[in-house]
Write a protein that binds this ligand. Sequence first.
Ligand SMILES: Cc1cc2nc3c(=O)[nH]c(=O)nc-3n(C[C@H](O)[C@H](O)[C@H](O)COP(=O)(O)OP(=O)(O)OC[C@H]3O[C@@H](n4cnc5c(N)ncnc54)[C@H](O)[C@@H]3O)c2cc1C
Length: 464
Amino acid sequence: MRIAIVGAGSAGLFAANEIAQNLGNKVEIKIFEAGPSIDKRYCPQKKEYECAQCDPCRIMSGVGGAGAWSSGILNLNKNIGGNLEKLCSNASLNVNTIIEQIDTFFVKNGAPNNIFDPNKNGKELTQLKKKCAAEDIRFIPIRQRLLGSENTPNVIKSIVKHLESQFNIQIIPNTKVIAFDTQKNLYFKEGGKEHFDYLLLAPGRWGMLWLANQCDTLGLKTFYEPLDIGVRVEVPSIILEDICENIQRDPKFHIITPTYSDFIRTFCVNHEGYVVKENYEENIVGVNGHQISINGDSETSNFAFLIRQKLTAPLEDTTEYGRSIAKQTSILGGYKPLLQTLGDLRNGHRSREALIKRNPVQPTLSDYTPGDIAMAYPYRFINDILEGLEILDKVIPGVNNNSTLIYAPEFKRSAKRVDVNQYLESKQAANIFFAGDGAGLSRGIIAAAVSGIIAAKGILKKIH
Ligand SMILES: Cc1cc2nc3c(=O)[nH]c(=O)nc-3n(C[C@H](O)[C@H](O)[C@H](O)COP(=O)(O)OP(=O)(O)OC[C@H]3O[C@@H](n4cnc5c(N)ncnc54)[C@H](O)[C@@H]3O)c2cc1C
């Protein structure tokens, strides 16, 4: 029995583990990964890990997937990263048990015993919830484990070692799959094809456009998902200290904006962290954030502030819409992220380097263009961001200051969701399974792992 997994991210690695745990060496599993092995995920030109200029992009692509260079915040909650409860119950699985199983596996592979549980500080949590309720903000309390970017690669290395030494699993880096077909053949960039009994496609966001194109070519149905677009906000870390250190490391605030009734939320909060540049495709730069050490080591904290937008006819293609905004922003920034102070954004001025230099909050990203985000983003989104920050300021005083730094574009392009059954097998092609962010089935490390495990259980069910 031969199984191929495309993508060595969270979904692919957890799927492989689940299958092998159950079948041992009765199956041969090959994981094809377009990017380099975990040791080689640094930029050969710049000799640094943060560089996002290479093809494939070292941040998004390589063994460990996009999670390998993330802060490694594990959201141990069924409400984060997709509709995990529904995904699991469809497959007759208990979502909390699966999340627990994933967390235990991370710990076994060296994840630090560093849990942030908002319920531990019940009094502070109640106070925060009260404040939020008074301001029409929803706060989502979640248990989180923080790996920290400095630990995440070691955890990935340990998982890789476990999979390759215990089972008949081969993880093959620098091997881009350029196509698959419904006969379960894979075709490679270097030429040649290989046949398998089962395919599991888990190419993450780096491979999501490729996957959607492949599905279109093969007549496998896909659906558009909402776009998450906004900015990355950077503030002095002291502003977030009380919440991030006493209540929740990555606090989730949900707001409905007054003018447009749009949903805007905080996402990927990096307390005492860094803003990083991200390259999705040629001519489109974006921003993201990460935290190098568990305790944080910068003087600022950053978070994504994202508006969720669904589109209806005549343009349902949220990917294309998000891409066009990001492209316009990238062009304006000379293919560097735009940076503006909130004061300038509010007052309709382009930010200049001289002002940024004397701004009380200093950017942690050095490669930016001071600019005017309002020239690149639709009025509606700028309005949502300004209104959202004004409301958020009532529970996090200081976020709405003139000196707050705003970076763009920050967008989480949603992959097209593949039409799958309860075990994430294509409804149109037997024995082809999908998992993770690239198939529109998850958003986040834990959620991707959950989907990988469900797909693995689907494969196991067919084999037994
Ligand atoms: C900077 C950053 C910070 C983040 N921080 C967090 C965080 O703190 N917590 C959290 O939960 N999530 C975080 N995320 C998101 C998280 O990393 C993803 O949700 C998760 O990695 C998705 O897992 P996946 O397995 O679906 O895909 P990925 O991890 O993206 O892995 C997919 C892999 O498939 C490979 N691939 C794609 N196409 C092909 C192909 N054709 N052939 C061969 N290989 C291919 C890619 O190279 C990639 O390595 C962050 C992401 C980034 C970029």
